[in-house]
Write a protein that binds this ligand. Structure first.
Ligand SMILES: Cc1cc2nc3c(=O)[nH]c(=O)nc-3n(C[C@H](O)[C@H](O)[C@H](O)COP(=O)(O)OP(=O)(O)OC[C@H]3O[C@@H](n4cnc5c(N)ncnc54)[C@H](O)[C@@H]3O)c2cc1C
Length: 380
């Protein structure tokens, strides 16, 4: 067991931080208020390898591991959780599903374009009537000759409005339950495929979230991703990795809020002294820093096991559950330390507080994470 970062990891954190401070920080408020998707900055992140962090260099990726990927998401989220979310959904969900389940031809066609950020990816599992119970998918794909014809609609898809490629799950055999759902790769511009309503959200407002709709959308057999009927099972494998990125996103948001609160506590004077001298405020800061460290360690444990090739269903759910719930508490206390100013948009904690709530919901709610963890515990 080694708790030290490698020199490369230290350098990576420094580079991502510099990028986030210079390219993202000046625009955070404007993007949030206007729900602006920062396409130009996302393209620059692609040039730096952040959009292909975990994919091999021969496929255009950065060839990094999950620890490095966690560092990237964490540092982006420390400045703007929305950007962390865009990068996480692109890497972990869309591209990684293709990497895990795709044929050689599919990997060659899609991963280099996605890993470099030439194309943006989205991943559509959730439907209006199938959220936590994702196996209740209603979108259907019917085989007609050499094609699949997809009908139905997905909701809450991150990056939907900007995606060039969408991985979507659809029922191909209604009688086969979880083994009757297949995954498809759909390219922007395919007739019958369109993006619907963009959601007006409480937080993560610079990340676009929207509907993905299929009306007699005809795709060739080559767009079936993975084995027929295994799309749901592959989605669960995809989410094992995705939840590490949501844990890292939570750590980054909590870190950003904590740093702002620490700075403010040292500057703000009441009763003739900085509020950081009051024990009540010191206790909050101590609890916040401890929760962030514990979250980071759980995230890196899951990341390091994943890099070692282990199955991380339990560990990634534990990391996501603990880190997201802790991050909500940390951001809440960061607002509290700011008093009335914490409620005002001139200070960054107000936005962290709104953004971070998504981490306890996306890629499976906290209630679902507990179910996943308990199922793994009871198996042993
Ligand atoms: C901003 C945003 C981005 C998203 N991005 C994506 C994306 O890119 N792709 C994608 O496919 N999805 C995405 N989602 C969807 C997200 O994964 C779902 O919202 C989430 O899984 C919960 O589903 P739901 O909203 O239908 O809630 P529901 O499933 O209706 O849950 C409502 C409540 O009931 C609880 N609950 C449900 N079932 C149980 C149970 N068995 N036991 C105990 N409690 C239960 C839940 O925990 C929750 O508290 C996104 C959502 C948001 C808000």
């Amino acid at each position: 067991m080694d708790f030290a970062y490698t020199p490369e990891q230290v350098q990576l954190r420094k580079s991502v931080r510099e990028f986030a401070e210079s390219e993202i920080a000046p625009h955070v408020l404007e993007w949030d208020e206007g729900q602006v998707f920062p396409l130009e900055v996302i393209k620059k992140a692609g040039e730096l390898g952040f959009l292909g962090a975990i994919f091999p260099e021969e496929l255009g990726g950065a060839g990094l591991g999950y620890i490095e990927y966690s560092i990237i998401v964490e540092e982006l989220a420390r400045v703007d959780p929305s950007v962390g979310l865009i990068v996480a959904a692109h890497n972990s969900l869309c591209t990684n599903h293709i990497f895990l389940a795709g044929s050689e031809e599919q990997k060659q066609r899609y991963i280099p374009n996605l890993a470099t950020g030439d194309w943006i990816g989205c991943w559509s599992l959730t439907e209006p009537e199938a959220g936590s119970d994702a196996a209740g998918t209603r979108t259907q794909a019917v085989k007609q000759g050499e094609c699949w014809v997809i009908n139905g609609g997905k909701t809450f898809t991150t990056n939907a409005q900007y995606a060039d490629v969408c991985v979507a799950m659809a029922v191909t055999d209604r009688g086969a339950s979880q083994h009757g759902i297949s995954a498809f790769i759909i390219e922007k511009g395919t007739p019958g495929f369109r993006v619907g309503k963009k959601e007006n959200k409480m937080g993560m407002r610079a990340s676009a979230t929207g509907e993905v709709l299929f009306t007699d959308c005809r795709v060739p057999e080559s767009q079936l991703l993975g084995r027929q009927g295994e799309g749901f099972i592959d989605s669960l494998r995809t989410l094992d990795g995705g939840r590490i990125s949501i844990a890292a996103l939570s750590v980054g948001a909590a870190q950003g809020a904590y740093e702002a609160a620490l700075k403010y506590a040292k500057q703000r004077k009441q009763f003739g002294r900085p509020i950081s001298e009051f024990q009540a405020i010191q206790n909050k800061l101590a609890d916040m820093a401890t929760a962030i460290d514990a979250s980071r360690l759980l995230t890196y444990r899951a990341a390091s096991l994943k890099d070692a090739g282990a199955r991380v269903t339990k560990e990634s759910s534990m990391a996501k559950l603990f880190a997201s719930e802790s991050a909500v508490q940390v951001c809440n206390e960061a607002v509290q330390i700011h008093g009335g100013y914490g409620f005002i948009k001139d200070y960054p904690v107000e936005k962290f507080y709104r953004d971070v709530k998504l981490c306890t919901i996306g890629e499976g709610t906290s209630e679902i994470q507990r179910m996943v963890i308990a199922r793994q515990l009871l198996k042993s």
